[in-house]
Design a protein around this ligand. Structure first.
Ligand code: GLU
Length: 336
């Protein structure tokens, strides 16, 4: 099998121990499978992401001996790709403009009590709420909505949009989010660590956003397009993201693309039981102390710490990881 894995940090701050655990686990899994490991900087939300954090994260990873096997991709430069893929979904007539503000949605959500079973064991702050479907009856978006007919004939539509980097589409959908109708699917898959999982997207999440009101493509959309575009076969990441997996699988299925395999590693929690994050004041990793940090991350993954030089240590952990995690496993199961 052609294994391609990736680590996809959002540069909203420096790496902390929790993010190093995800980086190390994804690197070890790629190497244990004889595969490639890629770094992708998920800086799609310019209001939250800062270039200096991208640089610092890359230095932190470098100090830990974790180097990308291919060019580092930045999501902020890929709008045209995200739009090209979005055009593929338009014939499904599932995309619509949503003008609801966050406040309006919250007010409607407050009247209902959603249950998100995949997050039942995680800190309650991670529970998202269900979109109430307010704008679902609006007409589905089609390319003619945002293409100037004087400058494009139908067969040159995609190249035109490609050249313009999606500018027409972003102008057309300004101040609206673009949501996708989920219908009523139960998404089932098998996580390599957490086992059999399922989620009813309609009851537990609802129609979700592919492009935000402040005019950038959403995490759900960019991550699926990038993983497909980069040929990612295996996603290894923190368990806080497990709740996103059904939405991403739903998009893989709609795009008629083979699903990757998933392995979600246990979260590192602080003494209050909260996930480490900028909000919970998680300590930034100091590149000068990478040896200690790597040992802590390895121990969290059930591997023995060591004083050997970092490159030697990493090789030992690859062996140990192989024994723990490289039994043959099937790819994620399909939508029910
Ligand atoms: N960018 C996401 C984060 O930093 C991770 C995305 C992923 O691994 O799918 O939480």
């Amino acid at each position: 099998m052609n294994y391609i894995g990736r680590f996809a940090p959002s540069p909203t701050g420096p790496l902390h121990l929790g993010s190093l655990v995800s980086a190390l686990a994804s690197w070890l899994d790629a190497k244990a499978h004889g595969g490639d490991w890629l770094i992708r900087i998920e800086d799609i939300d310019a209001t939250r992401c800062k270039p200096q954090w991208s640089d610092f994260i890359l230095r932190q990873l470098d100090a830990c001996g974790l180097h990308s096997d291919g060019p580092i991709v930045f999501q902020s430069r890929r709008d045209s790709l995200y739009l090209q893929y979005l055009e593929r979904l338009m014939p499904t007539r599932r995309l619509y403009l949503c003008h609801c503000s966050r406040l309006q949605i919250q007010q409607l959500q407050a009247q209902s009590q959603p249950t998100n079973t995949l997050l039942a064991n995680l800190p309650s702050s991670l529970n998202p709420s269900v979109y109430p479907g307010t704008c679902r009856t609006r007409a589905p978006i089609q390319p003619s909505d945002y293409t100037d007919p004087r400058s494009a004939s139908d067969d040159s539509l995609s190249p035109l949009l490609h050249t313009h980097g999606g500018a027409n589409f972003l102008r057309f959908s300004q101040d609206h989010s673009v949501r996708i109708t989920v219908g009523d699917p139960v998404i089932e898959w098998s996580d390599r660590l957490m086992g059999s999982q399922q989620q009813n997207l309609n009851l537990e999440v609802g129609d979700f956003v592919l492009k935000t009101r402040d005019n950038h493509f959403s995490y759900q959309w960019a991550v699926v397009v990038d993983d497909i575009d980069q040929g990612v076969s295996d996603v290894v990441r923190g368990a806080d993201l497990v709740d996103n997996t059904p939405r991403q699988l739903f998009l893989y299925d709609l795009l008629q693309h083979a699903r990757p395999r998933y392995l979600h590693v246990p979260l590192v929690l602080n003494e209050n039981g909260d996930k480490l994050s900028k909000q919970t004041q998680a300590l930034a990793l100091n590149p000068a102390q990478s040896s200690i940090d790597l040992n802590q991350a390895a121990e969290h993954l059930g591997l023995s710490s060591s004083d050997a030089p970092i490159s030697e240590r990493l090789q030992r952990w690859v062996q140990a990881w192989s024994q723990l995690h490289t039994r043959s496993c099937t790819s994620a199961t399909k939508m029910a």
